[in-house]
Design a protein around this ligand. Sequence first.
Ligand code: FAQ
Length: 312
Amino acid sequence: MTQAEKEIRFQEKIDREIKIEPNDWMPDEYRQTLVRQISQHAHSEIVGMLPEGNWITRAPNLRRKAVLLAKVQDEAGHGLYLYSAVETLGTSREQTIDDLHSGKAKYSSIFNYPALTWADIGTIGWLVDGAAIMNQVALCRTSYGPYARAMVKICKEESFHQRQGYESLMKLCSGTPQQKAMAQDAMNRFWWPALMMFGPSDADSTHSDQSIKWKIKRFTNDELRQSFVDATVAQAEILGLTIPDPNLKWNEARGHYDFSEINWEEFWQVVKGNGPCNKERLAARVKAKEEGAWVREAATAFAKKRAMKKSA
Ligand code: FAQ
């Protein structure tokens, strides 16, 4: 079979909604796109533990601490499923992590913003996990089997994350004026970065057209962003929080909310490494790898010893 025939067969499979599995033939570009997207997604889960992890010791009570601890541990689990999904495409975890540390691979822009107050933790759960779910529910139907299956479990956990964030904010918003003001301040700082999570506008998205053809992506960046805005406005109203956008308005003709243009200059600056916390986040991951070297060495020595015992 020629390369062209293989490609036609591959696309037919995708069009018939048959999942692509690790041992199936796939175009190199499909494999590369998946390695790029899934590894970036994995890194986002792991780097995403940092802003929230920073608040575990300062949670206001035992219940909030237990919930936050569970959430941060879930994010670590998500990272691990996703690194495994990348391994099924032939790229080792070591390589994937090295690409993050050398700056070759990206992670979500959102995690380059600091979590300054306790209200930020609720807001991250509500808006950041909320945006992540909007994107990830669609990924449960992505064409690559191992990625789709990982997303099903991840989405169930992200739902709990979103709800715990919202519940935490409900408490703050019905508390003292200072607590409500703290929630509004968090909303003001996180609203626009949460909208940026969906990526550049469709006109500027490099990969969307091909990824939609391959059904890696089911919706465009702008479509998902719009769905997120539409779903979130009523939630903000219930909390009594104001979305920091004077142009946010229901458009009857479109059946959607209109909203202001995103500050794309800020988005690209953050993506390029110039956000408020980029350097700090990467340094924390590199340090964690260095400080964990002895654990990996001990585990390898133990595995070798056990293998020798078995073969003796
Ligand atoms: N940040 O052509 P497109 C979470 C890059 S999970 C940084 O549109 P694509 C859970 C993009 O890589 C959050 N870079 O790209 C949690 C590309 O650059 P490249 C992560 C971005 O891939 C919650 C260039 O811009 N979720 O939060 C961003 O078709 C709380 C052109 O863009 C996922 O990763 C960005 N926001 O669409 C954890 C979901 N957006 O690679 C802890 C899976 C774009 O050519 C606490 N990923 N870029 O150098 C996706 O769905 C897609 O990759 C998109 C981007 C939609 C993010």
